[in-house]
Design a protein. Structure first.
Length: 148
């Protein structure tokens, strides 16, 4: 089944943990919604992908971004801030998906206009359920803006 636009939903996962990338890929692979998962492993790569620079010059504009906060090179807070300041990127929904339970991270993420904040469970089955719930909500229930 295709996404709501008659084409796969484009997802950008910004995650430096290979294990979390593999679990996310596996969970989304079982989706009844057609999706294309793009993965970058640090904040610099995320901005290059989103701004279509360098090796990401041909990158698609994602419909949804899953963003870890604790990233190498440029952390997720700074990535989120730059996304929200960029006129062409500001409307892309951003789901914070992180291990941090710190109240200041939650508050700062919402101050930077994250669409939601989810703490990654340590348990593999719970992590799988979280990814499925993101899929069910963001790819089925929510109407996403059409990308350019």
């Amino acid at each position: 089944m295709d996404g709501m636009f008659g084409r796969p939903i484009e997802l950008l996962l910004v995650e430096d943990s290979p294990g979390d990338v593999a679990l996310t890929r596996e969970a989304l692979g079982e989706s009844r919604i057609a999706n294309q998962l793009h993965v970058v492993e640090d904040g610099e790569q995320a901005l290059e992908f989103l701004e279509r620079r360098g090796r990401f010059a041909g990158a698609v504009r994602p419909d949804l971004i899953l963003l870890d906060l604790n990233l190498p090179r440029k952390d997720g807070r700074e990535v989120l801030r730059q996304i929200r300041l960029h006129p062409e990127l500001a409307t892309i929904p951003v789901v914070i998906l992180t291990t941090s339970r710190a109240e200041e991270d939650v508050l700062r993420s919402y101050e930077l206009h994250a669409n939601c904040y989810i703490t990654k469970p340590v348990d593999v089955n719970q992590f799988f359920r979280v990814i499925k719930s993101i899929e069910d909500f963001w790819l089925t229930v929510v109407k996403l803006p059409r990308r350019a």
